[in-house]
Ligand binder design. Structure first.
Ligand SMILES: *Cc1c(COP(=O)(O)O)cnc(C)c1O
Length: 437
């Protein structure tokens, strides 16, 4: 078969390639992307569409960025990869320095991982090794809130929401973790301290078994695109400190400006003991993640036998990925224009999306930083909506009842208007269809 025609290439893909959360035998349709530049994806057949997803929170500076391209090109000419055991290199050192500078002073140790899920596994292993080193070997479980998402690997999966996550399939094979109610008060809501009673009870009852509490700060992403009140995090930080539980902040989705602050923990001015970053770390160019550990965690782990942290992926600290991550962080922090741009994006998303909250089919509209969410009353038909989005010149990938966007920060006002209008158009249309049925 000649794979050079788009139709044949797509047919081969359909017959042989597994896509995320998809059936092998009857997969949903896929679009063929030929290239991408700025906020645009170039589809086979000539259509250009605006990427409203930043390729799952990652491509914050858009595609084919000259500065990021150059960083990769330069590094390729030096070396694409060397093992990290016993060897080190400037890109990793430079990246660690930037991450330590950007995060609170207690977080002084960086462990590079190859993907977000692995960074979560690493944080969880660190928590267990920390209590192992302290001789508190009863502390072996993890607690979290419902509606969370922390990745698809084994232990990461065990702390995903037990209903919308994969617990029903993997059941008893998964480690059994402890789940508190999801945060209730919205980001801008009136804080109600009584909200903490459920989580407090859980922690009071089980603290002697809990090594760490893992949570996505402020924004619960793939578990429901919910934005919760900063006081929740502050209270949780106090509880963890009081009960000798490590706090793992999973900033894999929120890190690098997405929620309006460089890290979402800053909305609550808290410092976690372990911090996971990923997704936007390389500006969406390559897979790379990192777990940052507080000095007390790293030094305790190293103080008792076996004195080492037991993890070391083959491609740890990949130089290409570290080099492009440094360049991406520099774009974010140079002359501080990105935070201002994110505030403008937030404002335009609010003005553009809030009007649809009055539609019968719409449950709620919420915006935080460069994230805009329309929650419908009913589960949306993704297969029906995706062609409608493409028709409107935009790329979105809804899930459940949620139609949402987190555009690249380089999007301009006109492109953002096209994105917002496309979303509104499709929602109005699908509201109309729901009414008819
Ligand atoms: C995407 C995500 C992960 C998993 O990252 P992968 O790179 O897909 O393994 C973990 N936690 C959060 C909050 C995420 O959004």
């Amino acid at each position: 078969m000649n794979l050079e025609t788009p139709a044949n290439a797509l047919l081969f893909d359909r017959n042989h390639i597994w896509h995320p959360y998809a059936s092998a035998s009857s997969p949903p349709p896929c679009s063929l992307v030929e290239s991408a530049k700025g906020v645009y994806l170039q589809l086979a057949g000539g259509k250009q569409i605006i990427d409203g997803m930043s390729s799952w929170w990652a491509a914050i500076h858009g595609y084919n960025h000259p500065v990021l391209n150059e960083a990769i090109r330069r590094q390729t000419e030096k070396m694409s990869h060397v093992m990290f055991g016993g060897l080190t290199h400037e890109p990793a050192i430079e990246l660690a320095r930037r991450l330590i500078d950007l995060t609170p002073p207690e977080l002084n140790y960086v462990f590079f991982a190859d993907s977000g899920s692995v960074a979560v596994e690493v944080a969880m292993k660190m928590a267990l090794q920390y209590f192992h080193a302290k001789g508190q070997t009863c502390k072996r479980r993890f607690a979290t809130v419902r509606s969370g998402y922390h990745g698809d690997t084994w232990h990461a999966m065990s702390v995903c929401d037990p209903v919308t996550g994969m617990h029903s399939i993997f059941g008893d094979s998964l480690p059994q973790q402890l789940f508190a109610n999801k945060p209730q008060t919205p980001f801008n809501g009136v804080w109600d301290e009584s909200e903490m009673s459920n989580i407090t009870e859980l922690i009071e009852q089980y603290h002697s078994e809990i090594a760490a509490f893992i949570i996505e700060p402020i924004v619960q992403g793939a578990g429901g695109m919910r934005f919760y009140h900063p006081q929740f995090l502050q209270c949780l930080r106090k509880l963890c400190t009081h009960y000798n539980i490590l706090l793992i902040a999973d900033e894999i989705a929120t890190g690098f400006g997405r929620s309006g602050k460089m890290f979402a923990c800053q909305h609550a001015s808290i410092t976690p003991d372990l911090l996971c970053v990923g997704k936007a770390l390389t500006g969406g160019y390559m897979t790379l993640a990192a777990t940052l550990a507080a000095s007390k965690v790293a030094e305790t782990i190293s103080s008792a036998a076996p004195h080492v942290f037991m993890h070391g992926p083959t491609f740890m600290g990949n130089p290409l990925a570290c080099a492009v991550a440094c360049a991406s962080i520099d774009l974010l922090t140079d002359n501080n224009c990105v935070p201002a741009r994110i505030a403008e994006i937030e404002q335009q998303l609010r003005e553009g999306l809030l009007p649809v909250r009055h539609l019968d089919a719409v449950e709620n509209v919420r915006v935080l930083g460069a994230i805009g969410v329309i929650e419908m009353k009913k589960t949306v038909d993704i297969a029906a909506l995706q062609p409608a989005f493409i028709e409107n010149g935009i790329w979105l990938r809804p899930f459940g009842k949620l139609i949402y966007t987190m555009p690249p920060y380089i999007i301009d006002n006109n492109e953002l208007a096209t994105l917002i209008n496309g979303m509104v158009n499709v929602v109005e249309n699908c509201a109309f269809q729901q009414k008819k049925s």
